[in-house]
Design a protein around this ligand. Structure first.
Ligand code: MF3
Ligand code: CO
Ligand code: CO
Length: 250
């Protein structure tokens, strides 16, 4: 069931989105070799609480931490740990989802740690561009397949692959609402996206095979071939005047 939001509800979601953006900006400044993924988790949890907000991932379906930290071959849902220390050449996705006044704002970025290889940089830039192209495809009345096709065309054109097992999602009072937003597809096909719809676009782009496997912890998704994966995420709304608003940007 798709929950259409009123203009007032989208305004409230913008406040959650803006906190997600501020968290991302602050995290960007602390990324460096030698910090642990737990350090990032503690920082985000404290900043979120100071703003009177709640970290949605904490205890979500049993998830043990406040953010997801996904390093190198981890596709998504990496669990922060003191044992996970960033080193020169790593790439790390940090995914934050604060709840403000009952509404979720969901955003992630992949950061470069120190000096990263040209091939890893190319993957990260591709993932960033895939998100931008997906967002650019969103219009009042467009089709779901337009978004996925734009992303898939770019990723595969660069020699990379799009993860299938994890998709974008509707978002609001619930973390994950309908509809699912695949990052692959056929232009002109699928659900029509209309005013009042709020959802995420969060393409995961793999250097090699698109398939993932889940580690023993029940959360950490890794590439099956051990190659790198990169991801960026925004929450976006189609407002009632037809304007497309990226809620997790100022
Ligand atoms: N933030 C992730 C997303 O973009 C979901 C994380 S679920 C968690 O949908 F439980 F791992 F936190
Ligand atoms: Co999301
Ligand atoms: Co997210």
């Amino acid at each position: 069931m798709i929950i259409i939001k009123s203009e007032e509800e989208i305004d409230a979601m913008k406040r959650a989105g803006l906190l997600a953006w501020e968290l991302m900006e602050a995290v960007e400044k602390m990324i460096a070799p030698g910090i642990s993924t737990e350090d990032i988790d503690v920082f985000v949890e404290e900043m979120t609480r100071k703003r009177g907000a709640i970290s949605a991932p904490l205890h979500y379906k049993g998830f043990p931490k406040s953010i997801c930290t996904s390093v190198n071959e981890v596709v998504c849902h990496g669990i922060p740990s003191r044992k996970d220390v960033l080193k020169d050449g790593d790439i790390i996705n940090v995914d934050v989802t604060p709840i403000v006044d009952g509404f979720h704002g969901d955003s992630s970025r992949t950061f470069l740690v120190g000096n990263v290889s040209p091939s890893a940089k190319r993957l990260v830039e591709c993932a960033r561009r895939c998100l931008d192209l997906g967002l650019a495809a969103v219009h009042d009345g467009c089709r779901l397949g337009d978004v996925g096709a734009a992303i898939q065309r770019h990723a595969e054109g660069q020699g990379f692959q799009v993860v299938r097992e994890f998709v974008g999602h509707g978002i609001g009072r619930e973390f994950h609402e309908d509809p699912q937003i695949p990052h692959y597809g056929t232009a002109g096909k699928g659900l029509r996206l209309t005013r009042g719809l709020v959802f995420t676009i969060e393409p995961m782009i793999n250097a090699g095979d698109w398939r993932c496997e889940i580690l023993e912890d029940g959360w950490t998704a890794v590439t099956i071939d051990g190659k790198l994966s990169a991801q960026f995420e925004h929450t976006v709304a189609i407002r009632h005047d037809g304007r497309v608003d990226i809620l997790t940007l100022p």
